[in-house]
Design a protein around this ligand. Structure first.
Ligand SMILES: *Cc1c(COP(=O)(O)O)cnc(C)c1O
Length: 375
């Protein structure tokens, strides 16, 4: 059993949260003169947003609980996954004293959140095949290590982490929170770690609406954990952290889970297509196996390829300076037209003369007006 009074920062344990107007009266009928809202409407041109949203997102949690097979009280929703990542650090880590443990190469936000909060970061790199170095991880944990971050499927390598390693860490580090970030779980055929929540009170699972659900612009992240821990996150979150439009659209999306599943199937088919296409390029040295919606690809000249792609307005992520990703670019799987365009530009770099005659801009236009991603 994890001791929350050891895990949490003492002042968080004793904190009295802000009580919002909509905490103190939760009915939906009546004349609402309690929250200093505008009774006439919104200066937005269209739509009415004059009322504060449900601070606890009850409708989404009810619906999500059924879909995910958890209890509503085991769900926290955040303004992106960024919010639970930050709240977990702030709830548990005393600045200048406590630490988190990460396994590079991995998602950058864990370290950034620790940095913002002046919290030490212990780094135990993954093995060269991007698996957990379990003995080293266990040896690196101290009594001040509050959070252990695992990302599976991992960003930027794309692979799942072995179940056994995660079980071992969950059992050994029973006074730390072990967080499994499953941002890419929909693209993998493995079951979610949410099935293990009742077995491990120190387990936290993160998922997101930003990838398979196609709702990155809404900023909505899911965090699943014990009811006790979710209660703490609710105490320290900004009262109305999920906007009303986001709640409405997320609830709608949950009625269209089959659309999400169809997107996943299309992306997986494109991932196979892109893998096969990349394999034909002489400049491609290695395509790492992927359980996600992107490929980590090693090129003969990654920085040169990256610049060449940018020149042709194809934007990928340069990971060539990242530990264990030397020479690699991370490429998100696009539509067929986008993937063909990517291949066209890459072929042109490998053999400028041979493919120079091929027309650019085959097929449908890219669907995104701005191809910008900070993930
Ligand atoms: C994209 C991504 C997320 C999602 O972040 P949001 O803030 O929910 O958009 C979380 N974790 C990892 C590893 C990711 O790659």
């Amino acid at each position: 059993m994890i001791a929350l009074n050891q895990l949490l920062r003492p002042h968080i344990l004793s904190l009295t949260p802000y009580s919002s107007a909509r905490d103190e009266y939760t009915g939906s009928v009546g004349i609402f003169l309690d929250a200093n809202e505008n009774p006439f409407g919104s200066a937005s041109g269209s739509g009415n947003y004059s009322r504060y949203p449900d601070p606890h997102q009850g409708a989404i949690k009810q619906r999500l609980a059924g879909i995910k097979g958890v209890r509503p009280g085991q769900i926290f929703l955040g303004n992106g996954s960024d919010e639970p990542i930050d709240l977990l650090v702030r709830a548990t880590c005393r600045p200048g004293q406590d630490s988190i443990l990460i396994m590079p190469p991995t998602y950058g936000m864990y370290e950034v959140s620790a940095g913002i909060n002046d919290v030490n970061v212990i780094k135990v790199p993954l093995t060269p095949d991007f698996q957990v170095d379990t003995d080293r991880v266990l040896a690196a944990i101290t009594e001040n290590t509050k959070l252990i971050w695992l990302c599976s499927p991992n960003n930027p390598s794309g692979n799942r982490l072995q179940d056994q390693a995660i079980h071992t860490i969950l059992e050994a580090a029973d006074q730390s929170l072990v967080i499994v970030d499953e941002a890419y779980i929909d693209f993998s055929d493995a079951p979610s770690w949410t099935t293990q929540l009742d077995r491990y009170p120190n387990l936290v699972v993160l998922q997101t609406f930003s990838k398979a659900w196609g709702l990155a612009a809404l900023r909505l992240g899911m965090c699943f954990a014990s009811e006790e821990l979710i209660h703490v996150l609710n105490k320290i979150k900004p009262p109305y952290n999920i906007s009303a439009p986001t709640q409405t659209l997320a609830l709608e999306a949950l009625d269209h889970e089959t659309d999400k599943n169809e997107f996943v199937q299309r992306i997986l088919a494109e991932r196979t297509w892109l893998t096969n296409a990349l394999q034909t390029l002489p400049s491609v040295r290695l395509i790492h196996p992927s359980d996600a919606n992107f490929l980590l690809v090693q090129f003969d000249d990654a920085p040169g390829t990256f610049t060449h792609l940018i020149d042709q307005q194809v934007i990928v992520r340069d990971r060539s300076k990242v530990v264990l990703c030397e020479g690699c670019l991370r490429i998100t799987v696009g539509t067929r037209a986008e993937n063909e365009q990517l291949m066209h530009v890459l072929r042109h770099k490998d053999a400028p003369v041979a493919s120079a005659d091929l027309p650019l801009g085959t097929g449908e236009e890219a669907q995104r007006p701005e191809a910008v991603s900070n993930a």
